[in-house]
Write a protein that binds this ligand. Structure first.
Ligand code: SF4
Length: 64
């Protein structure tokens, strides 16, 4: 799985960080998403998919 984020669209809601803190973080100054791991291990895939689903701004894109 490959993960990418369009940080320009991020509204800093933080749901992704709550669901997958090993993959997503937020910038301290404005809460904008920071991608920590663009190729997360298998055991994190479900959490990453859920994060992409719940992201209110559809910032998180997944590919194989
Ligand atoms: S859930 Fe989406 S909008 Fe919220 S911080 Fe994460 S990437 Fe940004």
């Amino acid at each position: 799985m490959k993960v990418s984020v369009d940080a320009d669209k991020c509204c800093g809601a933080g749901s992704c960080v709550l669901l997958a803190p090993d993959v997503f973080d937020q910038r301290e100054e404005d809460g904008i998403v920071v991608l920590l791991d663009a190729e997360p291990p298998q055991e994190l895939h479900d959490a990453v998919r859920e994060a992409a689903d719940v992201c209110p701004a559809a910032v998180i894109a997944l590919s194989q």
